[in-house]
Design a protein around this ligand. Structure first.
Ligand code: ATP
Length: 274
């Protein structure tokens, strides 16, 4: 499997606020992605970049939760078959190829509150059934054990502590054993046990899986095989971690990332002075 993004753009248009109310005047555009092109292969790709550089937009779009304004995402299988997510593709909402592809994607959103009264166990079993996972009860129990949720399996989702909820989201994203695993800042709200279990899952991930790990945590990014650096909604750099980090004396993702940011700031200030 490969994921190819070709000239993908996503612009959010927010109505400007006026005296605390939404005005009907011209909306302010905000760049989510701008002419983003890249291709990723199986392995773990750390998606890095400053706040607002488009990491979450890239993941939500790849999870088919957002529709691109322009360009397309191609999910290309090893047998030559492919599936395209684009504005025109999204119009065919019940396309069986897209539905099948969506089932191959596990997405972990940034931490958010849940007001659901369903228990951890029932929620996982129900979701496994709706996704037609074989033997839903067994799969739910496997994930409860894998993510250390045994003691809270009968607890309603709205009563979970943030760390437990994060582990629940991680478990849920893996229900259908996804070929594509999208993690949006998984470190946020994660407890100590969750951190250990997440690192274990990254270390033992199946060879065919593509994991996109959007993170601000440079230690977590060390688990990646590839690095993708974003800036202003575009791909600034993509490549093997070992080659990119070989260019900095410390040889770490943190040092490479800081060096790239210094370089960016230098270029920006140089352009402003011209
Ligand atoms: N739903 C939305 N409505 C309006 N603007 C949005 C929306 N989602 C993202 N944006 C804007 O798009 C840009 C990219 O945001 P995005 O969240 O993708 O960046 P990010 O790199 O994930 O940032 P962070 O590290 O803060 O999560 C930002 O300017 C953001 O304000």
């Amino acid at each position: 499997m490969r994921i190819e993004w070709s000239h993908v753009s996503k612009i959010f248009r927010l109505k400007p606020k006026q005296k605390g109310r939404l005005s009907s005047r011209i909306p302010t555009p905000s760049i989510g992605l701008l002419d983003f092109s890249a291709t990723v292969r199986p392995g773990i790709t750390a998606v890095l970049g400053p706040k607002g550089s488009g990491k979450s937009t890239l993941l939500r779009l790849t999870a088919m939760q957002l529709v691109p304004d322009d360009g397309r995402v191609t999910y290309r299988s090893d047998d030559g078959s492919f599936c395209i997510w684009s504005k025109s593709g999204a119009a065919m909402a019940d396309d069986p190829m897209l539905t099948r592809m969506k089932q191959c994607i596990g997405y972990v959103p940034p931490l958010r509150k849940m007001d659901q009264t369903i228990s951890v166990e029932h929620s996982l079993m129900y979701l496994a059934q709706t996704r037609r996972v074989p033997n839903p009860k067994r799969r739910a129990m496997e994930l409860i054990a894998q993510w250390g949720l045994g003691s809270v399996r009968r607890v309603p989702l709205h009563e979970l502590k943030p760390g437990e909820l994060k582990r629940f989201f991680l478990a849920k994203s893996l229900l259908a054993d996804p070929v594509i695993w999208l993690l949006d800042e998984p470190e946020t709200g994660l407890d100590e046990m969750g951190r250990i279990l997440l690192e274990k899952a990254l270390a033992s991930q199946p060879k065919h899986r593509i994991t996109l790990l959007a993170t601000q945590d440079m230690d977590l990014a060390e688990w990646a095989s590839d690095l993708l650096l974003m800036e202003g909604g575009s791909c600034r750099r993509y490549g093997r971690k070992r080659w990119l980090t070989a260019g900095v004396p410390q040889g770490t993702v943190k040092a490479w990332y800081e060096w790239m940011q210094t370089f960016s700031q230098y270029l920006k200030s140089n352009n402003m002075n011209q």
